[in-house]
Design a protein around this ligand. Structure first.
Ligand SMILES: Cc1ncc(COP(=O)(O)O)c(C=O)c1O
Length: 390
């Protein structure tokens, strides 16, 4: 008798897709807190400030005015207009409202980008360490992430390193600047190298600019603004970090055809757009002055300098990250295995961090300390480190 495979099984495309390790750390932190322990929370990635009042009032106004109905799935006209203006003026990507789409966070933009370009059996080049969900987004397309060590690429040449890892099946490059978790900010000339490689090999670039407003050293540069790149780049943005809007799930992407048609289909059939009143608040968020954004950046810089100095003072070597809001020191002094190092730090010093290995093999030996928290919280963490490592 032949045994028949059960119909109660998942689609194969989910076989290689993991579920965030970070959630497990969050659960441990909650258990410690429930037991009455104080935990220094450096495991997160949320801005230290609440969503500014004008943005909240804008959403409330939209609700009161009954902006509670279906909206065009790709975004309301005033939002797409405002996004096109922002992209043209700030990112130097000449844009019309047809080239932008509102998404449910940067996450949906990235999901849509990979789904739009990757077929089963394709490969995607990913600078590593990388933001953990990226490998799963790629695997969910039954494609393979090819990890390219960022530090050796910067040392030995971007084109030479990309050439070393590319395969005939390579379809796209994931290009995140500023990078989570390393804080690396690629320079304009590095963007030019990635662009030259993409053009030469006829590849698509999935650019992730979630932290575009958080650059302390150097300047943010959008790869799609280079000649010949807008047509082969899908650039993904979020309102989460700049405007303190993580829970609103507002994001957007810039793309030209044929990619925009694909993104429109993916957004239509997954969420049918971003909630209508949230889109109205997004329009008002975009009115935030550059001075206010710059002030917050300076507030983050103070935090960065505090944590970096604290880490180095206890012998955890840490370069000042040029962007984003994470420090990524070498912690081999605590333990060579970053998961064990994170467990030791949580149990012995009650400091919650993320093990570097969850960001790819290139992150091993490091821990990610998210410093988008209050200054007294950072100071308390540094004190706890000093007591633990003295
Ligand atoms: C590198 C990077 N890209 C994209 C995102 C997406 O953010 P969201 O889905 O909140 O917009 C994040 C969030 O942490 C991130 O770190």
């Amino acid at each position: 008798m032949t045994t028949k495979a059960s119909g109660i099984r998942l689609a194969k495309r989910l076989d290689e897709v993991g579920f965030s390790d970070i959630v497990q750390i969050r659960n441990k932190v909650m258990a410690l807190r429930a037991a009455g322990e104080k935990v220094h929370s450096l495991h997160g990635g949320e801005p230290y400030f609440e969503t500014p009042d004008p943005i909240k009032f804008s959403a409330v106004r939209a609700l009161v005015e009954n902006q509670t109905h279906y909206a065009p799935s790709s975004g309301i006209a005033p939002l797409r207009e405002a996004l096109a203006q922002k992209l043209t003026a700030k990112n130097h990507i000449p844009s019309t409202p047809n080239d932008v789409i509102a998404t449910v966070g940067g996450s949906q933009a990235l999901y849509g980008a990979f789904q739009s370009v990757l077929d089963p059996g394709d490969d995607a080049l990913v600078f590593s360490p990388y933001w953990t969900p990226i490998a799963d987004l790629i695997r969910g397309c039954q494609s393979r992430p090819l990890l390219v060590p960022t530090s050796s690429a910067r040392r030995n040449g971007i084109i030479a390193t990309l050439s070393q890892f590319a395969t005939p099946q390579t379809r796209c490059i994931y290009y995140n600047t500023p990078q989570n978790p390393s804080g690396v900010v690629f320079t304009r000339s590095e963007a030019e190298e990635v662009a030259a490689f993409a053009i030469e090999r006829d590849l698509i670039v999935v650019a992730d600019e979630a932290y575009e407003d958080l650059v302390y050293d150097g300047a943010h540069f959008s790869i799609a603004s280079l000649p010949g790149m807008a047509e082969r780049t899908i650039t993904c943005f979020t309102f989460s970090k700049t405007y303190g809007m993580t829970g609103w799930r507002g994001g957007y992407a810039h793309a030209l055809e044929p990619f925009m048609t694909a993104l429109k289909k993916i957004v239509l059939y997954s969420t049918n757009g971003v909630p209508t009143f949230v889109q109205h608040a997004m329009v008002d968020a975009l009115k935030t002055s550059e001075a206010e954004i710059a002030q917050r950046r300076e507030d983050y810089r103070v935090r960065r300098d505090l944590i970096v100095e604290g880490l180095n003072s206890v012998g955890l070597d840490c370069e000042p990250p040029a962007g984003a809001f994470y420090a990524f020191p070498n912690v081999e002094k605590i333990h060579r295995n970053s998961r064990t190092a994170a467990e030791i730090l949580l149990e012995k010093a009650h400091i919650a961090t993320i093990p570097g290995s969850v960001f790819g093999a290139q992150g091993e030996g490091h821990l990610r300390f998210g410093y988008a928290i209050s200054i007294p919280e950072i100071e308390a963490c540094v004190e706890a480190l000093k007591t633990f490592l003295k």
